[in-house]
Write a protein that binds this ligand. Sequence first.
Ligand code: NAP
Length: 371
Amino acid sequence: MTKPLSTAPQFRRLALVAVTSCVGVTPPRTAFGSPTLPLQGRVATGRPLMTTAPQFRRLALIGVGLIGSSIARAARAQKLAGSIVATARSAKTRRRVMELGLADQVVDTNAAAVEGADLVIVCIPVGQCGAAAREIGPHLAPGAIVSDVGSVKAQVAHDMAPHLPANVHFVPAHPVAGTEYSGPDAGFAELFVGRWCILTPAQHADAVAVQRLSEFWSGLGAKVAIMSAAHHDLVLAITSHVPHLIAYTIVGTADDLSAVTRSEVLQYSAGGFRDFTRIAASDPTMWRDVFLANKTGVLEMLGRFNRDLAKLADAIEAADGDTLFELFTRTRTIRRGIVAIGQDSEAPDFGRPRPSLALAPLPRPYALENE
Ligand code: NAP
């Protein structure tokens, strides 16, 4: 096990120095003022740890959908847990988890899953987390680390913490990685590689538990950052929650149109709409819970979005091309920044494979491939 870090302030300062030397950039500063706090350099690189001994004796996964099953696959591949015990709400999913061989043991209840586990990760929709914590609370082993993967942090911590005994360490987490698919078949071991996992421990959280969990996520291939739950919810409101809401809206609006037929919407979807439909295919239960749980962050960001959208409508109305051009230039820079830091592919059309013509195309001396 790595050396425990004695106090919180020391822990934070170490992190910033390490990440600066590690990736050669200044620590990330969010648009909302307070910086994210990546952990030590080794953790922040996101390179999978090659461990010799499992970090945890027994890993319990409550919920084995996209995220839980990806954790199971990666933890097993990286030998991060001596054994894995899993459970899910329905017998059908539990049976599938067994068929896929995702866990050493599959049990019927959340309470049974956590018996003797030194790491428990709750991987279920955020609206269910409080009830799950109430079920597992009395059965947790002393000293266990309890975490989750919920896309909203303040509400989940508020719902779970009261049910957890004082002798366990609660360290909420959110891997910022996913797809529009759900269920145990949808997961894959590489899901977290190079993605951020944000930990939102309370101020008084045990530094060793935080460090152990961050090493676990690093072992899954993730880069780890620490921030407050409230700040996480504001950041994710604009980077994830509001974009999902917009996608759900625009796809719904298109479906409701009477002047444009549904078959036209489908047929001509490549003009931008197609990418919204991918996001709007995300799990309805999960996203309903996200919006209900992050009401404050989402409404704040949605307010800003609505004001900016109204300004754009005004610019179009006033034939103010400069305003449109200035914004579109700025947003193109953001897209290029996302590609530059490896958060997306620079391949055209988001890396989609291209169909080929029957005959070889003419060479293109007039433009680069990605222009
Ligand atoms: P998912 O694929 O729908 O899987 C959810 C799992 O939770 C299923 O195994 C389900 O079992 C189980 N479950 C639901 N309620 C339960 C309960 N009360 N007790 C025990 N098991 C229960 O969902 P997911 O995409 O993995 O999302 C899980 C969590 O990860 C959510 O909190 C979400 O916010 C977060 N997250 C998701 C993404 C993403 O892109 N999907 C990314 C980051 C974080 P049944 O199949 O039997 O119902």
